[in-house]
Design a binder for this molecule. Structure first.
Ligand SMILES: [Zn+2]
Length: 279
């Protein structure tokens, strides 16, 4: 009886403490009501909580944008923006392909090093990177544009320029294979310079707010910071790896680097567009 009671409490705790990022579906109103009204002590013959039959909800998945850094808000992010976006011309690797967040001292923290980094959108993992130049330990996630509210889709696509036939690469680029164009587009979000390699694999689903790792100083980085890079491009990007600027970089890594950053298929936008759209 003690064992059954213990198991019952454990089962209830598991239901109550399930982290947000592992939930794949929003609970229905019935489900929530049933969970909250589950009695703590019962004399049922099983230790499992009552089974809830999932019902299809009438509204599709709720779109949400999440703050990428621990202890920050959408309002505070601009205060720790250490390097803004600077979009280069196609074919060039100048400018700044994203936004950097950093600080040396903030509240009780002496550095941004070790601060948790979260997914800004739900999506699926395209790749995680080894500690190479320039991104260091990094993760790239795809979110289909169709999941965004129409106004945001429009805002993101109005700035999408025609992709050049020949971008005129001004960097050594081995043969770059263009992506398949199906007419579907996605938002890609890349998080770079983690302390450690994120424990995600290609194809893993991530929920908005999922923990990727902690801010570090790996790759081409002189101080700990989060480099957040957001782009719109054809859906289904399938890079397996990416690197440049080191003589250990392979042709595949360099070709993917050029495709991602310079080809014009994946076009940069300021993630502030997403943050300021969030209520
Ligand atoms: Zn950066």
């Amino acid at each position: 009886m003690i064992k059954k009671g213990f198991l019952l409490v454990c089962a209830i705790l598991l239901v109550a403490c399930q982290p947000v990022q592992t939930n794949t579906a929003e609970p229905t109103a019935t489900q929530t009501a049933q969970e909250s009204s589950t009695p703590i002590v019962t004399s049922t013959s099983t230790a499992l909580p009552p089974t809830v039959t999932p019902r299809p909800t009438e509204t599709p998945e709720i779109f949400s944008v999440c703050c990428p850094l621990e202890d920050e808000t959408f309002d505070s992010l601009p205060l720790i923006l250490s390097k803004p976006l600077d979009i280069p011309p196609f074919g060039q690797d100048v400018g700044h392909h994203g936004v950097d967040y950093a600080y040396f001292s903030r509240g009780e923290r002496e550095s941004i090093q070790g601060v948790e980094v979260y997914a800004i959108l739900s999506g699926s993992v395209v790749l995680t990177l080894e500690n190479n130049y320039p991104y260091g330990y990094a993760v790239l996630v795809e979110t289909q544009l169709a999941k965004f509210p129409q106004a945001l889709q429009d805002a993101l696509m109005t700035t999408y320029q025609p992709v050049p036939d020949d971008p005129g690469y001004r960097l050594y680029c081995p043969e770059v294979t263009p992506p398949q164009i199906t007419g579907d587009y996605s938002v890609y979000h890349l998080y770079a310079h983690f302390e450690n390699q994120p424990a995600f694999e290609t194809g893993d689903p991530v929920n908005c707010g999922a923990l990727f790792g902690t801010v570090g100083n790996t790759g081409y980085s002189s101080n700990p910071h989060l480099h957040l890079e957001t782009r719109v491009g054809p859906s289904g990007a399938a890079f397996r790896t990416m690197a440049h600027y080191q003589n250990t970089a392979t042709n595949e890594q360099m070709a993917n680097y050029c495709l991602w950053r310079m080809s014009g298929f994946y076009q940069l936008f300021d993630p502030e567009i997403l943050f300021s759209s969030s209520p």
